[in-house]
Design a protein around this ligand. Sequence first.
Ligand SMILES: O=C(O)c1ccccc1NCC(=O)[C@H](O)[C@H](O)COP(=O)(O)O
Length: 227
Amino acid sequence: MWIKICANTNLDDAKLAADLGADALGFVFAASPRRVTSAEVAKITPHLPANVERVGVFQSLDAYEIARASHEAGLTAVQLHSGVDFALLQRLHKLFAGQVSLIQTIHWQVDADGADTAIVAAQLRRIAADGFVSRVLIDSKVGTKLGGTGISFDWDAARTTLAEVAPELKLIVAGGLRPENVAEAIQRLNPWGVDVASGVESEPGRKSPEKLAAFIRKARESKVDSI
Ligand SMILES: O=C(O)c1ccccc1NCC(=O)[C@H](O)[C@H](O)COP(=O)(O)O
């Protein structure tokens, strides 16, 4: 199970998450109480173990701005967190030429009445067909809020779509995960990875060492139900 601890804002939290066994650390460049600049991230990334991915989370920037920020911050992956923009994916795929990997976020509207199933399925099929991205992060959209919501989407409604539509994609579940529910999310959705921001914080932008340790341990220990 691949584990990403997102929305890191300082070196101590990032190092602790890496020491506890996180596979990837996220840095939010989008509008957020946890927002960081590329100059701030550039002071953190050189101190992290080489095998830990450094993922920048971006919204509403063009390909050249994302590439410049990634280079300055020392990122190894970029997570596109606004709607799916296939032209942007294609440009970044070409610009990065395999040096920085891409993660596309798809949002599951928390207050939708089933309509999201068809939208998410169509996006997954198109992403798989285009082949620019192998990892897709499924996050909750709450009203107009696109990240760091602390709210889970409807796992039961999503279960069949996520399991069957594009099995070649590596799916990462996010949105409202906490130490208390990450095992259940893994059992029910059988994702390739999990991602958390607010569920391991003591306050916005500060990680809780106890919650971090518990989240990573529970995610590592989790077993999957047969779907
Ligand atoms: O974390 C944020 O504040 C944030 C704000 C705007 C866009 C993305 C953001 N986070 C990106 C992530 O990958 C989060 O881990 C993901 O949204 C889950 O957050 P949470 O529900 O708090 O675990």
